[in-house]
Design a binder for this molecule. Structure first.
Ligand code: AMP
Length: 110
């Protein structure tokens, strides 16, 4: 499958990793929207939130449970976690990812 984030997860495309384990990877967004802007992805391919089912969603719990540790390692205590789902919502990469944004005051969501 020709998926950018699968290639990043496999190490075929370089990234600035901030955390990695068997199930997930966290790396810095190439166009950061905040001083801290990292992407949290499952290593296995899922198109996005709309691909989630009771059978494949355990990795999401794992990713979310790791956020406090990853945020602390990046020096932020206040942060936003966002996932875009579908083009009209701003999803440009069709591999499930959570944006972790912090390091500045974040305005209202639009
Ligand atoms: P979204 O638009 O919600 O699908 O988020 C995709 C994010 O991936 C955007 O914020 C991009 O800046 C980011 N991005 C695209 N290519 C790369 C890359 N090679 N390395 C890191 N981040 C990337």
């Amino acid at each position: 499958m020709d998926c950018l984030f699968c290639k990043i997860a496999a190490g075929e495309i370089p990234s600035q990793k901030v955390y990695e384990d068997a199930q997930m990877l966290a790396f810095r967004d190439i166009e950061p929207k905040a001083p801290v802007h990292v992407l949290l992805i499952p290593k296995t391919h899922l198109d996005g939130v709309r691909a989630l089912t009771a059978d494949n969603a355990a990795v999401v719990a794992h990713i979310i449970a790791k956020i406090p540790e990853i945020a602390a390692s990046l020096g932020v205590t206040d942060y936003r976690v966002v996932t875009n789902n579908g083009a009209a919502a701003g999803q440009s990469v069709q591999h499930l990812h959570f944006h972790l944004l912090g390091g500045r005051t974040l305005g209202e969501m639009g």
